[in-house]
Design a protein. Structure first.
Length: 85
């Protein structure tokens, strides 16, 4: 911990596997994972009670979850197609 950290950063830093939280806490309605850290609600709420092994396993899974949030619903093209049908 350095003196340059803000008080909130000092609170969130621990000598253990750090949380992947990026303080953008929004749960995707369809995928049911946080768009910021990619964890499920259960993983977020249970993080402080998990062992280092459990945390490591979740951290290893997170990169594979990112593509689930990159799916687009169609945007303007989908709206135009729907309007024309």
């Amino acid at each position: 911990m350095t003196d340059r950290q803000t008080p909130s950063e000092k609170v969130w830093r621990r000598d253990e596997i750090e949380s992947p939280c990026v303080q953008t806490c929004v749960v995707h309605p369809a995928e049911r994972i946080c768009v910021g850290c990619l964890r499920t609600i259960e993983e977020i709420t249970g993080w402080s009670r998990m062992s280092a092994e459990e945390r490591r396993a979740i951290m290893a899974e997170l990169p594979d979850r990112a593509p689930r949030l990159k799916k687009r619903r169609g945007g303007r093209e989908a709206r135009i197609a729907t309007d024309q049908t």
